[in-house]
Design a protein around this ligand. Structure first.
Ligand code: 5AD
Ligand code: SF4
Length: 464
């Protein structure tokens, strides 16, 4: 499953020196894009590029794009439209302002991007990021560069490992991609086409990168994959391991205090992974496990290959293993053929599960996916009305969960200074930003606190 939607944290930037090349990376879409943007910036650093915070300073502007819904893809073209002025100012003959499109729109639309937007100099898909530095050089020399063809073995570890300095600046919580691509072919989803088929990194590669992150001050790692719990890689004993075993191995890395993984498919939650939730205190009690719909008819049309009841029983088993587990999910309303009764089944499932947090979307027809060809597309006003009802239920559940946290004693991982003096922002086990007076403790420490009150998006705590 491709993950989330909002523009997430940007990577570390540094002051540029006179004459130094400067890259600005704008990241849309999921956490894997955030991770990829950081790795691209790392790769370009070897060519002397420093990452800058404002687009106006940049002489290389990369837009790392998302194709998951139409709206996400359209943002790219409006962004490119805005860049036209800057491009005209800069390009008085020389290629001193290079614009590149990377990510899933690059993969899906390829050449078409050049046709639609004259400002673009290079288009590089997610499977060919190792060719980015060379592509930038060619673009600088005046070529229009398209890099979207790849072989399976291209997919991983062609980019340099994360640089210590950059990791330090990014903070105590880091992403680590362990798996990429998807073989599930849900009928609505572009990911199997843009990110290609599933590949997993080996345990040695993952543990190596995790140790580097920890040496640079990282305390929490979130393992990433479009279908992360389908990860199956070569273990240290030469056997094939599953995600449960990988989590056990990572929990043994000294100094790595917290583990998370996202995003998972219900069909790949195996016994070993469920047991890891019971046995590993480092594995945080928070799970993003999308179900998409509560109607068996729609689940079948979506090619999800499980029923609502399977999902509910699975949740029971995971909650038995880890009773304080909080759940998050993704939902699509208005998939072709969805009736009022189907939608009601989704509302009932949400009521039964009780989510701490969730993302929900109107179905968006994606070119090339089976769903786009289905008859019986649901009219937009119907989708809008259903989305509103679903979101108000989910928001209510989120607030209820926040309120339940008040009075609890929890471990807080301190992430950054707060807005006011003597305030520090930490993360609860359930991913909530939590504000505390932590004088005497340092960023990266895990401290015991009691939650004393909640606000819309954060909790407030006192130190114990
Ligand atoms: N329309 C709406 N939502 C979609 N998602 C994926 N494809 C589509 C689509 N065509 C949602 C799913 C997925 C999340 C990342 O985005 O809920 O889990
Ligand atoms: Fe997730 Fe299904 Fe898309 Fe694969 S095809 S990324 S499982 S939503």
């Amino acid at each position: 499953m491709a993950q989330h939607q909002t523009l997430t944290k940007t990577g570390a930037t540094a002051p540029a020196e006179e004459g130094q090349r400067k890259v600005y990376v704008k990241t849309y879409g999921c956490q894997m894009n955030v991770y990829d943007s950081d790795r691209m910036a790392d790769a370009l650093a070897s060519d002397g590029y420093v990452r800058v915070e404002t687009p106006e300073e940049a002489d290389l502007y990369l837009i790392n794009t998302c194709h998951i819904r139409e709206k996400a893809a359209e943002k790219v073209y409006s962004e490119l439209g805005r860049l036209q002025k800057q491009k005209r100012r800069a390009t008085a003959g020389a290629k001193d302002f290079v614009v590149g499109v990377t990510g899933c729109v690059a993969q899906a639309e390829g050449e078409e991007i050049f046709n639609r937007s004259p400002v673009v100099d290079l288009v590089v898909g997610p499977q060919t990021y190792h060719r980015l530095p060379a592509a930038v050089e060619r673009a600088r020399a005046g070529e229009r560069v398209l890099e979207t063809d790849y072989a399976m073995e291209d997919k991983f570890d062609k980019l340099p490992p994360p640089r210590e300095k950059a990791v330090r600046a990014r903070g105590v919580s880091a992403f680590l991609t362990v798996q990429e691509g998807c073989d599930k072919f849900c009928a609505f989803c572009v990911v199997p086409y843009t990110r290609g088929s599933e590949v997993s990194r080996s345990v040695a590669q993952i543990v190596g990168e995790a140790k580097k992150l920890v040496d640079a001050g990282v305390r929490e790692i979130t393992l990433l994959g479009q279908n992360v719990n389908a990860w199956h890689g070569e273990g240290e004993d030469g056997r094939e391991w599953g995600l449960g075993e990988l989590l056990h191995r990572l929990a043994a890395v000294d100094g790595l205090e917290r583990l998370r993984y996202t995003t998972s498919h219900p069909r790949d939650m195996d016994d070993a992974l469920i047991a890891a939730h019971r046995d590993l205190p480092q594995l945080m009690p928070y799970l993003h496990l999308p179900v998409q719909s509560g109607s068996d008819r729609i689940l079948k049309a979506m090619n999800r290959r499980h029923k609502a009841e399977d999902y509910l029983r699975l949740i029971d088993r995971i909650r038995t293993a880890r009773p304080d587990l909080a759940l998050s999910g993704d939902f699509i309303v208005g998939f072709p053929g969805e009736t009022d009764a189907d939608f009601d089944a989704t509302m009932r499932l949400v009521e039964e599960v009780g989510y701490a947090q969730a993302y929900s979307f109107k179905y968006s027809q994606r070119p090339g996916t089976p769903g786009a060809e289905f008859g019986d597309q649901v009219p937009d006003p119907v989708k809008a009305e259903r989305l509103e009802r679903l979101q108000s239920l989910l928001t209510e559940q989120q607030f209820a969960f926040q309120r339940q946290c008040v009075g609890r004693e929890v471990d807080l991982l301190l992430e950054k200074p707060g807005r006011w003096e003597n305030q520090t922002v930490g993360r609860s086990p359930w991913l909530q930003p939590t504000i505390v007076d932590a004088r005497g403790a340092e960023i990266g420490d895990i401290i015991k606190v009691r939650i004393i009150r909640t606000e819309a998006n954060s909790l407030f705590a006192e130190r114990l």
